[in-house]
Design a protein around this ligand. Sequence first.
Ligand SMILES: Nc1ncnc2c1ncn2[C@@H]1O[C@H](COP(=O)(O)OP(=O)(O)OP(=O)(O)O)[C@@H](O)[C@H]1O
Ligand SMILES: C[C@@](O)(CCOP(=O)(O)O)CC(=O)O
Length: 440
Amino acid sequence: MSKSTAVSAPGKVLLAGGYTVLDPSCRGLVFALSARIHCVATPSNDPSATPGKITVRSPQFQDAVWEYQVSTSDEDGGKAVSVVQTNDGDPNPFVLTTLKYTLSYLSLPVPPPTTLTILADNPYYSQPPPPIPRFNSLPFPIKSAYKTGLGSSAALVTSLTSSILLHFLPTSSPKLPPHIFHNLAQASHCAAQGKVGSGFDVAAATYGSCIYRRFPPEILTAIPDPADPTFSNILRETVDKPWTSMESTPITLPSQIGLIMGDVQCGSSTPGMVKTVLSWRKSGGEDAETTWKALNSRNEDLISTIKDIINSNTQEPSTTTDTIKQRITAIREMVRELGSKASVEIEPESQTKLLDAAADQVDGVIGGVVPGAGGFDAVCFLYERKEGVEQNLREFLGNWKVENGVVKALELGQEGEGVRVEKVEGYRDVKAYFEGIAEL
Ligand SMILES: Nc1ncnc2c1ncn2[C@@H]1O[C@H](COP(=O)(O)OP(=O)(O)OP(=O)(O)O)[C@@H](O)[C@H]1O
Ligand SMILES: C[C@@](O)(CCOP(=O)(O)O)CC(=O)O
């Protein structure tokens, strides 16, 4: 445990299954992205630091240091763990909750003083124009950063959870199965968010690109508050058991297909979309149910088509991409229908124009969607990985004018892998972030 431990977890894009994935009878298609949040755990080298002092820092941002004091007391079958922030400044609920949950799960004696350094890849936040260095630092606090919707909190929580588990578990302990990392990160993320979402973001951060079916929300709502004396026992039981009805079947894009995300920066957002869609479904009778099911069945058609392409090398490339094109068009039609019935702009007209124009005007673009909850914030395209297509699509997006804003193509692609251990030497190019913290 005296060495450093580094891990990283990817961001996500929900290509198909927005809203319907909240329903455990439906599945979503989520791709992990090559934009990661890294967490490096190092033993503190401050001689005055006392046991239980945990410092979490995000040195790309201003005032992003959170100091905590951990203390434990014995309770039936484990430890009650208290984690209290000891420095001034904005609290970070995702960091605090993850520490509380993960240390309670581990139920070990007070940890030695430790520093956790978080580094996020550039596409998570709006950046100045290139060239910018890896893990670019931004001259303001995190709360002032413009997020691009890649699931920074889910990647952060998954990365932090995994690094704490790997760093503090005695080396003699048996290797933890992957579902422990997932279940614990999912529990912390939901608690920090104050709501139980479908959890596809944490699933992608842990398992990578997958076909996702959510877990029953009651699994998490049954966990009591950390102040409750039964907390760590119930948390451990909940995390240790496999969540059998949940699905995270690995899937990646076929090698001939690439993925690009566009951040649509037009300064508008529509809160409450999920609430409105769900209440429409509840009160919408048979018609709402038919629309919901039709959308899910079109999402499933896209999933089957991608699986068929991966499993057979025999199909003509043009036939395969034509089929995906049709599947995406069919999904978008139904998304617009559902949106209009629920009175929610899931694929707003301005986005329809952009998606259609890219597919019509850029040769090799297979199709695009407004991912996740939709709205005005982002677009996601699939394209044929042929000479020049990616470049042309990026240029097209760069030239596209939206009302009061621009579209920025993000520097990322699809990536199969979820959370992974990194080599500490891999951060030597950004040594300055570790000055006085660790030798790399
Ligand atoms: N680099 C970071 N270091 C520390 N905390 C971070 C970092 N990035 C994100 N966070 C935490 O995550 C919060 C943002 O989470 P939020 O769920 O609002 O965004 P998101 O996960 O990026 O969004 P979306 O789910 O729409 O993709 C921040 O307020 C902060 O608490
Ligand atoms: C609307 C919803 O299905 C997807 C939200 O996706 P995103 O955060 O917009 O990427 C909500 C959820 O799955 O928790």
